[in-house]
Design a protein around this ligand. Structure first.
Ligand SMILES: [Ca+2]
Length: 223
């Protein structure tokens, strides 16, 4: 009888010892965090400051959690902006009070790529540039450009006499030394005038016109 009482007492003690942690254990809930609109890619974020990635799924103790999604994320060549949570909040950081199983969805949208650069401005024709030089030097007709500009542009071109021509929207400008037809060692308005005036130099016309188009900030002349 005495032994039975002791055994019963021990059993009660053991059961109580088992029950205490169960009674005080915090409830746990699942927390699922998804990102949408990013082509299924993983988006890095922080959960209470700890780095995580979407899709995130965990069973966590009941409590308060801070989810901070990046306002902008780059995946490959694409950039995405955070837009909205499924609940309507547009703040990429949100607080979750986890008292039930919870799934939240961060919506992203693709940032459109920048538009292509505008096409180069229209380049003037060899006939246009020929006319400028003939107008000033031969007094034929009315020029559209000032002589001061023509001189400045000629000096800009001459600066490349010993250097490779600059990139001109992919157009291959001829070496300036090939335009120095009087072999003076510099490219001058006299060279330009003589090239444009004489059909013997016809093959240089487009290249020379494009040098002036380059100097004037225009695009290549398209034939
Ligand atoms: Ca010359």
């Amino acid at each position: 009888m005495r032994l039975n009482k002791i055994a019963l007492g021990l059993t009660t003690l053991m059961l109580t010892a088992l029950m205490i942690p169960l009674a005080f254990a915090q409830p746990t809930w699942s927390l699922n965090i998804y990102s949408l609109g990013v082509g299924g890619a993983a988006v890095p974020f922080t959960l209470n400051g700890a780095p995580q990635v979407t899709p995130y799924s965990a069973t966590l103790p009941e409590g308060t959690y801070t989810v901070a999604m990046p306002p902008t994320v780059t995946i490959g060549v694409n950039t995405y902006n955070f837009v909205v949570w499924d609940g309507g909040s547009t703040n990429p950081t949100r607080t979750i009070i986890l008292t039930q199983d919870t799934s939240i969805y961060a919506h992203y949208e693709l940032v459109p790529p920048p538009p292509p650069p505008p096409p180069p401005p229209h380049g003037e024709s060899p006939g246009y540039w020929k006319h400028q030089f003939l107008a000033y030097i031969d007094g034929k007709g009315k020029p559209q450009e000032t002589w001061a500009d023509l001189v400045d542009w000629t000096a800009d071109i001459d600066a490349y006499y010993s250097n490779a021509p600059p990139d001109f929207y992919g157009y291959a400008l001829p070496p300036v030394s090939s335009l120095d037809i009087d072999s003076s060692g510099t490219f001058t308005t006299v060279d330009a005038y003589n090239i444009f005036k004489d059909k013997a130099w016809k093959e240089l016309w487009i290249g020379l016109a494009n040098w002036y188009n380059w100097a004037a900030g225009l695009g290549p002349y398209e034939t």
